[in-house]
Ligand binder design. Structure first.
Ligand code: 5RP
Length: 222
């Protein structure tokens, strides 16, 4: 089975899992990326009656059916279910996210959610986070200064060319950066002046991981 079919299966399994729990007061959080797009497709194709959805990117907002109300985080009390993909996950449900550059809004939505359901294909599993280059959203003026700090920490920072986040910032992808203690590194990186957010999701990790393999779908809950 190819990777896209697995992503679709994981997304549809997430939709099946939450469908019975949806009602007119439900607020959904919708992430960003190709796996999440399959979830959006499933959501669009059924007439579900919910309060609305808060999206982590303009691109996801645009993909949502016009029959679903787009909400801002400021107008809701909390998010019932946040559904999003990941670039990597480990056995402790910690993640690397931000391949699509939406990490800051994704982390805000994940942190504001009661249940964070992460949808992945089995290729995203790692024992040690950091094979995937770690995305860091930075203020443009601090880009070089931050890159120097990252080199001192042992990483190889690469500026993401021709890319601006929905917040108007830039992304540095850090290569060769094995993440031994995700929780500590997440905090340390966010303490560098000019860093807006980094793509380690350890402080707010996933609650449920739906992982699609060739023939089965596993629902892992912590
Ligand atoms: C976007 C993300 C995505 O969830 C992550 O990049 C996975 O993407 P895909 O579902 O396309 O494999 O973090 O910022």
């Amino acid at each position: 089975m190819n990777q896209d079919s697995k992503k679709k299966n994981a997304a549809e399994a997430a939709f099946d899992l939450i469908k019975p729990k949806l009602n007119k007061d439900t607020v959904l959080g919708i992430g960003t990326g190709s796996t999440t797009n399959f979830f959006i497709h499933a959501l669009n194709s059924l007439n579900v009656e919910i309060k609305g959805a808060v999206c982590s990117s303009i691109s996801s907002e645009k993909s949502l059916s016009s029959s679903l109300k787009i909400l801002s985080l400021n107008e809701v009390h909390s998010i019932d279910f946040y559904i999003d993909g990941a670039d990597e996950y480990n056995d402790r449900f910690e993640l690397i996210k931000g391949g699509g550059g939406a990490l800051t809004r994704e982390k805000i939505l994940a942190s504001s959610s009661d249940k964070f359901i992460c949808i992945v294909d089995d290729s995203k599993h790692v024992d040690l986070l950091g094979k995937f280059p770690l995305p860091i959203e930075v203020l443009e003026i601090a880009r070089s200064a931050i890159s120097r700090q990252l080199m001192k920490m042992g990483g190889k920072p690469v500026y993401r060319n021709n890319f601006k986040t929905d917040n108007g910032n830039q992304i540095i992808d850090v290569h060769n950066f094995p993440i031994q203690v995700p929780f500590e590194l997440e905090e340390k990186l966010n303490n560098i002046p000019g860093v807006v957010e980094n793509g380690i999701f350890s402080n707010r990790k996933a609650d449920i991981i739906i992982k699609a393999k060739d023939t089965i779908i596993e629902v892992l809950e912590r």
